[in-house]
Design a protein around this ligand. Structure first.
Ligand code: BGC
Length: 766
């Protein structure tokens, strides 16, 4: 051994001895009680623990590493590390449509791709907790194998208004559907030993003024609609963490609200994980600490100063800080980083892509299928519309995913043996290339993916197209994302060019007795009324993730029988939306206040109660087969503690399929207005062969009967007659049965908190 080498070895051994001695001197996380660890921290260290280590990834105790550096480049943030106490820095990354990390790394030719799964709305449209769990497991595998500890997902705000730019990340206008589906995803992810952060808690239902909008909501609408989805997920799936939102609720920033983050979330719901802010959310850092917003993300120096000042002045107690540090350490203890998991950087991308394909296909909703247009026989297809060749597979913003590939519709159809007209494909690809070359460069994730202008086909050209093919598939695209809301005229409604295209294609094809299928490659609810009559069949593919083309082809071919159902109402016109008149708030130029006048009458709760006919109702979705709902039975017709509901679903058609069985309950009015019916339970059947039956069972508990009674601050089940309605949508009710409740039940008394700071008149039946 050379002298230099000997010197190095001696130096290394000395360093090891010093660090061992240090470790002996200090308590160690995982070995010593957490209290001991906290008491060994300096005040500055404690304060650093309650804020993230900055945008980008931390490599340890030191200053924040650059945006591209750190353990997992492209992760959204990390926590502070104190190696002296054995506290590592854990890694948090987005969600929710897949793990968002950078694909490229410095001096590394390997690419770190992740799977782009279908968006939240698409997953929810499956109404299938099994597939949602599998998607979660697949995400969990990628989180775990890429060295990430917590995924910032699922996102489960209520789709209050179709214009919300992030609705695509969210699940539904209904909290029960959203809550159970999100719970399934959480369980799937966390089964892999990594955590989730359900977001954005709460009432983050718009992007306009998202950093300061004050959502004014009644206590009842909060409890029944906006908090309910989170409550279900917290109680059912125990997410490791919750992310508070940017907005205020009734005058207080959610990240500064003790009532929301401690009284409701922890004391009432029993949440025992940690709460983090959304990135740079809120204003008063000491208030956030006090509220029980344990971790301030992504973390900035100014927070240390303000928190320290508050402690020194006595405005904030050190005990409150310690409480938050303890919660953070408890989560760190559970992480793969803490247990030094040797992640492979090699998740099972192949298997996960299969899961993405299954989920995307199961989330596709068949809106219309005149004369059994679908499934399509193996014939020649005129594949029209830019998105057919340049599909939107996800939204923009923090929910983007950097995938290895996207299967286009042409590829998907080709692989299943269809003959997609090559001349048309070439024309589109050329057109897309030209249009893209004149689009502004995308420089950040808040910049929307552009909707390219369509080819201006002449009627003669379309007649030729129709002559040369057997059927037209025309794809219409919409995309949205973080940072802005959608526009009514240019986005919710199709442009006149798009409507003309559908109309002209229909004219050309119908003149030759050929059919037109419209595929909606959309982020959320769009108008269908102005053009749906031209189409023979309509499929909603949503933003289906990287396996887009395969999933759509699976459904078009009948390889997969569509079984997705709408998770939000498609209205006849935008003005019908209950929040339309007051979205996104006032003053109109720069909204600061959003009053939730519609109260609990969100989505179908409004349309059904006020008899406003929708274009397609909540829960709607066709299949290539038909299902019978038979033999609805209740275990009793007088409710005591709980009630069992059973029925039989039978496949009455000639192909195998799955059905979503939806259970709604109509409650007696009692002392308060009630929606006509509310979803209480749902299940997706297994794949039923023609003639095959499945017995479906549900349990109804007292909490399912209860509404939130504001004057009593309690969930109350009112005495009277209840109707169980079982069906295939909120309007397609197939069987009903009634039962009675003799006396009111106070199911749960809760704290009187979060009352609106402004008086307003809520929508009511009177
Ligand atoms: C988004 C969050 C996201 C966070 C970290 C914020 O802008 O609202 O949903 O998790 O950034 O990327």
């Amino acid at each position: 051994m050379s002298l230099r080498r000997i010197r190095l070895v001696v130096l290394f051994s000395l360093l090891c001895m010093v660090s061992l001695a240090q470790e002996k001197k200090y308590p160690q996380l995982g070995i010593d009680p957490i209290e001991k660890i906290i008491s060994a921290m300096t005040l500055d260290e404690k304060i650093s623990m309650v804020r993230g280590s900055g945008m980008g990834a931390s490599t340890g105790d030191g200053p924040v590493a650059g945006w591209v550096g750190g353990k997992v480049p492209g992760a959204a943030g990390t926590t502070f590390a104190i190696s002296r106490l054995g506290i590592p820095s854990i890694v948090l990354a987005d969600g929710p449509a897949g793990l968002r990390i950078d694909t490229a790394r410095v001096n590394d030719s390997k690419r770190y791709y992740t799977t782009a799964f279908p968006i939240g709305t698409s997953i929810a449209s499956t109404w299938d907790t099994e597939i949602a769990r599998k998607v979660g497991e697949a995400m969990g595998n990628e989180i775990h194998e890429y060295g990430v500890d917590i995924m910032l997902a699922p996102a489960q705000n209520i789709q209050r208004d179709p214009l919300c730019g992030r609705n695509f990340e969210y699940y539904s206008e209904d909290p029960v559907l959203s809550g159970h589906l999100a719970a399934a995803v959480v369980k799937g992810i966390q089964s892999k030993g990594v955590g989730t952060s359900i977001k954005h808690f709460a009432v983050n239902n718009q992007e306009t003024s998202r950093n300061f909008i004050d959502a004014i909501v009644s206590e009842r609408a909060l409890r029944e609609i906006y908090l309910k989805s989170f409550e279900i997920t917290v109680k059912e799936a125990h997410p490791w963490t919750v992310m508070s939102s940017y907005n205020k609720v009734n005058g207080v920033y959610t990240s500064e609200s003790y009532d929301l983050l401690s009284t409701i979330l922890r004391d009432e719901w029993g949440f025992d994980g940690l709460v983090m802010t959304d990135w740079y959310a809120g204003r008063k850092y000491p208030e956030q600490v006090r509220a029980g917003n344990d971790l301030l993300m992504p973390g900035r120096k100014s927070e240390n100063k303000k928190i320290k000042e508050a402690i020194e002045s006595g405005a904030l107690s050190e005990a409150e800080l310690d409480r938050n540090v303890k919660r953070i350490l408890n989560i760190i203890l559970k992480t793969p980083t803490f247990s030094k998991y040797k992640y492979s950087n090699n998740p099972n991308l192949k298997k996960n892509a299969e899961t993405a394909r299954i989920a995307a296909a199961d989330g596709i909703v068949l809106l219309k299928n005149e004369g059994n247009t679908l499934p399509l026989k193996l014939n020649k297809i005129a594949l029209l519309g830019n998105p057919s060749y340049n599909m939107f597979i996800g939204g923009n913003g923090s929910g983007e995913v950097y995938k290895a590939y996207v299967i286009s519709m042409q590829e998907g159809l080709d692989k299943l043996g269809y003959n997609v007209d090559e001349n048309i494909a070439t024309k589109y690809k050329q057109h897309i290339k030209e249009e893209q070359s004149i689009q502004p460069q995308r420089t950040n994730i808040l910049q929307k993916f552009e909707l390219l202008p369509e080819i201006d086909w002449t009627q003669n050209e379309l007649s030729d197209v129709a002559k040369n093919s057997d059927v037209a598939i025309l794809t219409i695209g919409r995309n949205a994302g973080e940072g802005s809301d959608r526009n009514v005229e240019k986005d919710y409604y199709l442009s006149s060019a798009e409507i003309d295209l559908i109309k002209n294609v229909a004219e050309a094809f119908h003149a030759q007795n050929k059919k037109v299928v419209v595929v909606l490659n959309i982020d959320g609810v769009v108008d269908v009324v102005k053009w749906r009559d031209y189409a023979d069949a309509i499929l909603i593919a949503w933003l289906p993730g990287q396996e887009a083309g395969n999933a759509i082809a699976d459904v078009i071919s009948g390889k997969v029988n569509p079984s997705g159902h709408l998770t939000s109402t498609f209205p006849m016109k935008y003005e019908d939306v209950p929040s339309a008149a007051f979205f996104p708030g006032t003053p109109i130029e720069r909204p600061e206040t959003a009053i939730y006048n519609e109260g609990v009458f969100v989505g179908y709760r409004y349309y059904n109660t006020f008899e406003v006919a929708p274009a397609y109702e909540f829960g709607y979705g066709l299949s290539y087969t038909t299902f019978g709902f038979e033999d609805l039975k209740l275990s009793t017709n007088e409710f005591k503690d709980q009630l069992e509901v059973s029925l039989t679903v039978i496949n009455k058609g000639s192909v195998a399929g799955k059905e979503v069985v939806q259970l709604y309950l109509s409650a007696p009015s009692g002392k308060i207005d009630k929606p006509n019916e509310e979803l209480k339970a749902f299940v997706k059947t297994k794949l039923l062969n023609p003639g095959e039956k499945e017995q479906v069972k549900f349990t109804i508990k007292a909490s399912d009967l209860a509404s939130f009674n504001t004057s009593q601050s309690a969930w109350v089940a009112d005495a009277g007659e209840y109707t169980v309605k079982v069906g295939a949508s909120s309007k397609d009710i197939r069987q009903t049965k009634t039962f009675t409740l003799k006396n009111d039940i106070i199911v749960e008394k809760v704290n009187k908190v979060l009352a609106p700071s402004i008086e307003f008149k809520e929508m009511s039946k009177q």
